[in-house]
Design a protein around this ligand. Sequence first.
Ligand SMILES: Cc1cc2nc3c(=O)[nH]c(=O)nc-3n(C[C@H](O)[C@H](O)[C@H](O)COP(=O)(O)O)c2cc1C
Length: 220
Amino acid sequence: MPTKLFALALSLALLTWSAPARAELKAIQLAPPDFNAQGLTVIQALKNRKSDRVFAERELSLQHLSEVIWAAGGINRPETPGGSPGRTSPTARNQQAIDIFALTKDGVYKYDPSTHELRPVTEGDHRAAAGTQDFVAGAPLNLFYVADLAKFRGSDEEKKRVAALDVGHFSENVYLYCASVGLNNIVRINFAPEALAPLFKTDENHLILMGHTVGYPPAE
Ligand SMILES: Cc1cc2nc3c(=O)[nH]c(=O)nc-3n(C[C@H](O)[C@H](O)[C@H](O)COP(=O)(O)O)c2cc1C
């Protein structure tokens, strides 16, 4: 019996030792926007703007990933009249209290606009938790716009109203960027915030307001 136990312990130890180390989720340094890229004019992008519910599974290029997130809430000028850097999306009272989370096949990240970087939050493919519609889990990118209510001024009711207004600008920027470069995308409220909060490591002071699925159109 002790021999059997020893053999079992040894094989377990060997199994653990020989298992490949889990790759740690790393930060993604996003690429700067390409301001010289050929693209549609804003008026042409408005003509093409639409919601899509089919996506190729192919990963986004680093440039598209970087620009779509920058379009949502990146820094576009070093200073506003209040002193803080300016953002691509306006926010009421320039409170800049909307965070962007990104779910990819590798993990969950939080966008840091100051370094234009996706910082790791939770490892693993959690895209199935990103929405209740079938296309969500297969798309390469699901963004979420999350209000950090502790940073908003006013009553609870006003904080929620203003946060909801703010995220509309984030999503419309993404719609226009996607229309301009030929990406498929859709904003969504069909998701369970309670399933996402633990993955985002957010608490009751955060409101997960809107999802935004982005990817390439399926191959013809
Ligand atoms: C706030 C908001 C939430 C939405 N949520 C969903 C959603 O959860 N699922 C979905 O399939 N479409 C969703 N949509 C997309 C709308 O259905 C779509 O915008 C509408 O049908 C008009 O189509 P268009 O965007 O192509 O013009 C949402 C749109 C908005 C503005």
